[in-house]
Design a protein around this ligand. Structure first.
Ligand SMILES: [Zn+2]
Length: 70
């Protein structure tokens, strides 16, 4: 699936960058996002986001709950 990371942080303490896949209702609504490309799972997508300089990348609790930690 294709993944995108929200460059705008969420409202959690510290602020996380949520990572969404294309099945998520948030995916197409992201305005300020980083395109992470195709990944077979969210772990890979979150890892890529972190490697690109976003250590607070975290899976969306709706579409990627297995990668949601905060
Ligand atoms: Zn999502």
């Amino acid at each position: 699936m294709n993944y995108r990371m929200n460059k705008n942080t969420d409202n959690n303490p510290g602020g996380n960058n949520e990572v969404h896949n294309e099945t998520c209702r948030h995916y197409s609504q992201l305005v300020n996002y980083l395109d992470l490309g195709y990944h077979s799972n969210c772990y890979s997508a979150v890892r890529k986001a972190k490697s690109l300089g976003y250590p607070k990348a975290d899976g969306c609790k709706v579409c990627s709950p297995e990668c949601h930690t905060a």
